[in-house]
Structure formats: structure tokens, C-alpha cells
Design a protein around this ligand. Structure first.
Ligand code: C2O
Length: 626
């Protein structure tokens, strides 16, 4: 169903270097990413999409811990592009973090740039994506880090096969337009389907032609390591395979104590490594990804479930998934090897938020040699409320509560992020000590008012929250000295919505000490902190109407994005910058920018201005009301 072309040549060249100084061979893993546009057809409609090397999902990068990576990005798209290596710590290498106008000027159309970074002290699944709002829906892929001493040093039974499972969305609109509208506070587009490894699956059809689904062939008795990635813009998913259990062994490229479950909740930005043993009766089983959403009174989106199939092959020679599906079609679409319809898993309700809450709360880190100690003392405390607020269209005072005089924005402590508009990246301004840094606004330690943050009466827009709404727009940042132990409490609020918030911090992992529903209360909740074996994550799912407490150490100088990984929250301003100062030594200081670092163009945000604004409050947002 997909029309495919290969606009560029995929170069994946691995040079093995061995020096006498290094006991294990470190390699440079090299890729060329050609970013270009192509038409893909789904649901009887051709859509122009921006992809890497003609693939959706894009190519997987596979490395061994300790390797270096070089990715040559060739931008043949009409957009400014950056690529972010989600979860890669980039120690002393903030320049390669790929955040436009923050860590670098974007790669302009018809320009190239090579990202170089090392992958050290992390094992498991991460991923890469464009950090261009919305375009990441089609510009993403897996980044797989295997242990240096080979798969036999996994801290779990060696899997027979490893399979990336990328959950995403299929959009039938121009994603640059979606972004433009989101940034103008018009959340009026939604995806047309969810996908597993780029396939929509047989729940979607048009004119009676079913969409292809992803097919995973399993041999009885074998163990599979699924590297599940949520690359979607909008939703947390529940992922299940009928008749099978999962053992979660890692998340965010950090090992966890093996945790057995039949459902894996996964929020945007999260990655989960799960083992599945083919121990069911030979047959066919649906693999289902269901997006969850907050219940009413929040506006409801259509539930875009996607499914693929797990099928047992008895001949011990895994067949090609496409071939298997077409032979299934030829048999009338009714059954697998035995002619039966695949077994369907029983999914959680689309409004179930507790399955995610308990799952995330049950994760603990695995004891192993690379595990870092949890900071016992804290130097800085921050309490950050997450929710919606409003800014006046004009001036300082205006009517709120959905009035046309104000605009709804996403907030942290009643600030909403304004991207910097300089002619250079902020990191360059920081490094060269230029004046642009003076325009930053300090992220306050706490919200301006304390109220019952999770009072459900605040969910619908109304007079009750009008006094809590006022928000300022600024380039929000927080400076930390090198080596500070920071405790951050993210408090979800009911301000005009009750979404969860998958909060992602670049350049650092966070120890997740505790989570709870309702309002955080230090007097009660500090006693519940897990300081022994907390999970270590780069993206922490802050539960709907609840909170999460994390700690991390600012051991990586640079400017690091900290944001919600829901694209609508990110585009609407739920972002801040964490600036980590240089330490006292060479080894604790940010080196100079790499050679051939991109320069900014005239149009750094590259707003496609042919998309004019048609503001009608009534047509705005079925996602968070309006
Ligand atoms: Cu995957 Cu700044 O994000």
C-alpha cells in the first residue's frame, strides 16, 4: 500500500578501531540520513510526508555501548531540520542534542550537518526524532544500544530475536500546518490512524480494502525482545498481545527489575524493552495498541486503535511478514495457519488511567554495576505545576475563561515558553557569553499561588479558574551550578484539562522517587521516596491529576530542554531550559562547538506563512476544549 522510493543511499558503515589502550573494540557507527518528502498512500489518499531515507519509521541505529555515532544529515526537505537523539546523555556534547535555536541553528533546506556523539553508560532502547514540532510524527526511528560484551551479558535470558516495535500515528494533513496551528493555539487536527511499525492494520480500511498490519512471526518456545517505542505525538498507548505475557526488563536504556505484566502502558517519549516467550498454543494473536485519553468532561477524540498479528510458524523458518499477510488475505481474511481468526486481547478501557499509574509505580531499577547512586542530599528544590493557562491577546489584563480576549496556553508555574528569536543558537550565546542570555526569564521554584491543584471543578473552562489562569510568555530557563543535586516535583493540575504529562529532560536521566494522585504534600510524601532502587528515566509520566518526584544531578554542562512530550503541550509552551554551568575543570566544561556547525538563516523558525489563521473559537480544539 505504500509507495516507496529511496531518495538517497543508506550508508551504514562500521569501522572497527582497536587501540592498545582500549580493552574492548570501540566503533564508529556511521549513517547517512537523507531527509526528503515523498507521497505515501493510506486510506485511499496520497499524503506528502517528510521522511528519512524514504522509510517510515526511519532507519534504526544499532550500536554497542561505548561506540561513537556519526550521522550525516542531508536536508532535501523544504523545512528547517534538527535531529534529537532522545535519551542519549550527550555528556560534554550538548552541541549534538538537536534542539533548534537552543542547541544549534537548524539545518536549512539543501544544507547538511553531521551529528557526532558517543553512547556510553547506557544500554537498551532509545530513539531519534526530528525536534521540529509535529514533523517528528514521520521523522523518527529506533536507537538500539547493546552491551559491550555481547548479548550474553544482558541481565536477563538472552533473547532469540530482537524486534523494534514503533508505535506512531498516520496523519493525512500537512504536519507543518498542524504545528503552525498549534503554535497559534488551534489544536484542531488529529491523526487519522495509529500505527505499529508504520502499518495501520486491519481495523482501518477504505472502500473495503483493509490496511496492512504488522506481522511478527514467532517460533514456539523462543524468546523475543520487543523494543517498544512510543513515537506518537498525542497519546499514551496500552500495548498488549493476546495470550502472552511481557517481562519488562528496561526502559529509557536503563535496566529495571524484571516486571511481569500483560499490558505495557507507554507514553510519548518512553521506550520499553520487554521479553515475550512464544509459549502459547500455536496460532495467531493480535498485537494491539490502544491510545488512552482523559474521560469527560474533557472533549473526546476518536479512539484510534491499531493492531498487528503475532503468528506462530511451525516450520522454523520465519516467513516474510508481508507474504504471510497476503496469503492470509487469499484465504479470505478469516484465519491463520489453522484457519482461525486471531485471538483478540482484552484491552483496558480507553479512559483507564490507573493501569498506567500502577505500572509506572511498580518499576524499580535493577541492581547492576553501572547503576549510579541516588543523591541523598538535595541542593535545589523545584515544584512545577503543569496545566493550562491563558495570556491576553493584547496588554496585561483581559477577560479569561474562554473569552476571545485571551489565548489558552500550556504552562509551568504560570509561564509559557516563548522560543528565542536571535540570529544564533542560545547555546552559542551562552558559550560566547553574548548578550542574548539576558532575555531569559527565570523559572520560579514554585507556582504563584497554592490552590487545590487537582480539583476536578477546574477542568471545564469557567469563572472558577479565571484568577488562576494568568500566565506570562517568556523564554523560561533555570540555571544550575555544575554538580547540583536537584529535586523536582511535577504537579499535574486540573487547570482547564486533566491530561497526564510525559515530562522529558534532555542530557540527564532522572531518579523517579515517588508518584501519587492528588496534591503533593512533602510532609506526607517524602517518607515514601524510594531512595534505594528508583527507576531511572529520561521521560517520566506525570499521572493525570497527580504528581511525580524526581532527583537528578546536573553533571552535564549545556542548555537542556525540559518539556512535555505531548506535541500539543510542547507546541503550546510547556517547556523550560535547564542551563548547567561549567564545572571547575576541563572535564566538567562544555567544549567549543563542532566544526561546520550550522549558521542560522533568515527564517529560523521557518513558519510556513501560506497557512493563514482562521480563528474561530468554536472550531478550536476538541482536545482540550475551547
Ligand atoms: Cu524526544 Cu525534546 O524530545
Amino acid at each position: 500500500m505504500e509507495s516507496r522510493s529511496l531518495p538517497g543511499v543508506v550508508a551504514a558503515v562500521v569501522f572497527f578501531l582497536s587501540t592498545m589502550a582500549l580493552p574492548a573494540a570501540a566503533a564508529v557507527v556511521e549513517h547517512t540520513f537523507v531527509v526528503s518528502q515523498m507521497n505515501m498512500a493510506h486510506l485511499c489518499k496520497e499524503t506528502l510526508v517528510t521522511v528519512v531515507n524514504g522509510q517510515l519509521p526511519g532507519p534504526s541505529i544499532e550500536v554497542t555501548e561505548g561506540d561513537s555515532v556519526a550521522v550525516h544529515v542531508v536536508n532535501k526537505s523544504p523545512y528547517n531540520i534538527t535531529i534529537h537523539w532522545h535519551g542519549v546523555k550527550q555528556r560534554l556534547n550538548c552541541w549534538a542534542d538537536g534542539v533548534p535555536m537552543i542547541t544549534q541553528c537548524p539545518i536549512l533546506p539543501n544544507h547538511n550537518f553531521t551529528y557526532r556523539f558517543n553512547v556510553t553508560g547506557q544500554e537498551g532502547t532509545l530513539w531519534w526524532h526530528a525536534h521540529v514540532p509535529c514533523l517528528r510524527a514521520t521523522l523518527h526511528g529506533a536507537l538500539i544500544i547493546r552491551p559491550r560484551h555481547g548479548p550474553s551479558s544482558y541481565p536477563f535470558p538472552k533473547p532469540d530475536r530482537e524486534i523494534p516495535i514503533v508505535i506512531g500515528e498516520w496523519w493525512q494533513v500537512d504536519l507543518a500546518l498542524v504545528d503552525w496551528r498549534l503554535r497559534h493555539y488551534l489544536a484542531d487536527y488529529i491523526p487519522s490512524a495509529s500505527t505499529i511499525n508504520g502499518k495501520l492494520g486491519d481495523l482501518y480500511n477504505c472502500s473495503g480494502v483493509m490496511e496492512d498490519g504488522y506481522v511478527l512471526d514467532m517460533e514456539p518456545g523462543k524468546t523475543y525482545l520487543l523494543r517498544v517505542i512510543n513515537a506518537a505525538l498525542f497519546s499514551e498507548y496500552y500495548f498488549k498481545i493476546a495470550g502472552h505475557k511481557f517481562t519488562v526488563v528496561a526502559t529509557g536504556a536503563n535496566y529495571v527489575s524484571p516486571y511481569t505484566t500483560d499490558v505495557v502502558p507507554i507514553a510519548p517519549g518512553e521506550t520499553m524493552d520487554v521479553l515475550v516467550v512464544a509459549d502459547a498454543a500455536p496460532g495467531r494473536y493480535y498485537m494491539v495498541a490502544l491510545p488512552n485519553q482523559s474521560p469527560k468532561p474533557e472533549p473526546q477524540s476518536p479512539v484510534l486503535i491499531t493492531r498487528g498479528t503475532v503468528q506462530y510458524s511451525n516450520n522454523h523458518s520465519p516467513s516474510n511478514g508481508e507474504a504471510a499477510l497476503s496469503s492470509y488475505r487469499e484465504k479470505g481474511g478469516a484465519g491463520g495457519p489453522s484457519g482461525d481468526v486471531p485471538v483478540t486481547p482484552e484491552m483496558p478501557d480507553q479512559h483507564d488511567r490507573m493501569t498506567s499509574f500502577y505500572f509506572h509505580g511498580n518499576l524499580t531499577s535493577l541492581h547492576h554495576s553501572q547503576r549510579l547512586p541516588v543523591p541523598a542530599q538535595v541542593d535545589e528544590h523545584l515544584f512545577i505545576t503543569l496545566g493550562m493557562g491563558s495570556v491576553c491577546r493584547q496588554g496585561q489584563s483581559c477577560r479569561r475563561s474562554g473569552s476571545d480576549e485571551s489565548i489558552v496556553v500550556a504552562t509551568m508555574n504560570n509561564f509559557t515558553f516563548q522560543p528565542p528569536t536571535a540570529m544564533t543558537s542560545l547555546l552559542e550565546a551562552h558559550y560566547y557569553n553574548s548578550g542574548t542570555m539576558d532575555t531569559l526569564q527565570q523559572l520560579p521554584d514554585a507556582p504563584p499561588r497554592v490552590f487545590n491543584f487537582t480539583d476536578p471543578a477546574l477542568i471545564p473552562e469557567g469563572p472558577k479558574e479565571a484568577q488562576l489562569e494568568p500566565t506570562s510568555k517568556a523564554t523560561l530557563a533555570r540555571r544550575f551550578r555544575y554538580g547540583a543535586a536537584v529535586e523536582l516535583v511535577f504537579q499535574g493540575t486540573a487547570m482547564m484539562q486533566s491530561e497526564s504529562n510525559p515530562m522529558h529532560l534532555h542530557g540527564h536521566d532522572m531518579f523517579v522517587l515517588a508518584q501519587g494522585l492528588g496534591n503533593y504534600d512533602a510532609a506526607r510524601d517524602v517518607a515514601r521516596y524510594n531512595l534505594v532502587d528508583p527507576p531511572v528515566l529520561n521521560t517520566v509520566q506525570v499521572p493525570s491529576l497527580g504528581w511525580v518526584a524526581v532527583r537528578f544531578v546536573t553533571d552535564n554542562p549545556g542548555i537542556w530542554y525540559m518539556h512535555c512530550h505531548y506535541e500539543f503541550h510542547l507546541s503550546m509552551g510547556m517547556t523550560a531550559l535547564f542551563i548547567v554551568e561549567d564545572g571547575p575543570t576541563f572535564d566538567t566544561s562544555l567544549p567549543p562547538p563542532p566544526a561546520n556547525f550550522p549558521a542560522c538563516g533568515n527564517d529560523n523558525n521557518h513558519v510556513p506563512d501560506q497557512f493563514y489563521l482562521q480563528t474561530r473559537k468554536s472550531e478550536v480544539s476538541h482536545i482540550y476544549g475551547g
